[in-house]
Design a protein around this ligand. Structure first.
Ligand code: SF4
Ligand code: SF4
Length: 171
């Protein structure tokens, strides 16, 4: 007989986590969306994400990343980063109407990288905070501060909402 310690200990794959997030969305999506504090946080997070994106676009970050992807052999969204995402963060993306189906991942890139960049709406703290050397050199100090301020607001809201969703699911 197989010992307890020999039972499966490997982490779920990203596809398994996506499936779990869809199942949770089916069973709890409506009640989560109808919860006033969750709804307020979802709206606030969406706004913060738009602000960060807007700032990245205006400061030329989007153009630099596109250049890496198209001219320098690929962006820094490397394979394996998707494993940082847990089921609740994927569920949060479904609540924000991101589509997690029909991904066509490349072997050398993060599972969520699409032709036009990241396919997620709410990204992990590692993705939101990452600032490569090239961008650090290119951006002026005030520009970096402005971008980090937007990213900080996004991450604060993401953290509160992520925790609130975990708590609601448990109850
Ligand atoms: S963050 Fe930096 S290294 Fe990564 S894709 Fe953008 S410009 Fe390139
Ligand atoms: S930004 Fe999106 S595509 Fe890039 S590493 Fe993060 S999750 Fe993956």
């Amino acid at each position: 007989m197989r010992k307890q310690s020999e039972s499966r200990t490997t982490s779920p794959t990203i596809q398994e986590k996506i499936e779990q997030a869809h199942n949770l969305f089916e069973t709890c999506g409506d009640s989560l969306r109808q919860n006033p504090s969750i709804r307020t946080l979802l709206n606030k997070l969406q706004e913060c994400i738009e602000n960060t994106k807007d700032s990245m676009f205006k400061l030329g970050v989007v153009a630099e990343c596109k250049h890496c992807e198209e001219q320098e052999g690929g962006s820094c969204c490397g394979t394996g980063i998707e494993n940082k995402y847990d089921v609740e963060l994927l569920l949060l993306n479904l609540l924000l109407e991101a589509s997690l189906r029909n991904m066509q991942p490349s072997q050398n890139s993060c599972y969520f990288l699409g032709e036009k960049g990241c396919k997620l709406t709410a990204r992990h703290v590692l993705c939101v905070n990452y600032m490569c050397q090239k961008l650090q050199k290119k951006l002026a100090r005030e520009q970096l501060i402005s971008l980090q301020t937007c990213a900080g607001e996004e991450l604060d809201t993401l953290f509160i909402l992520h925790e609130a969703i975990k708590k609601k699911i448990r109850t």
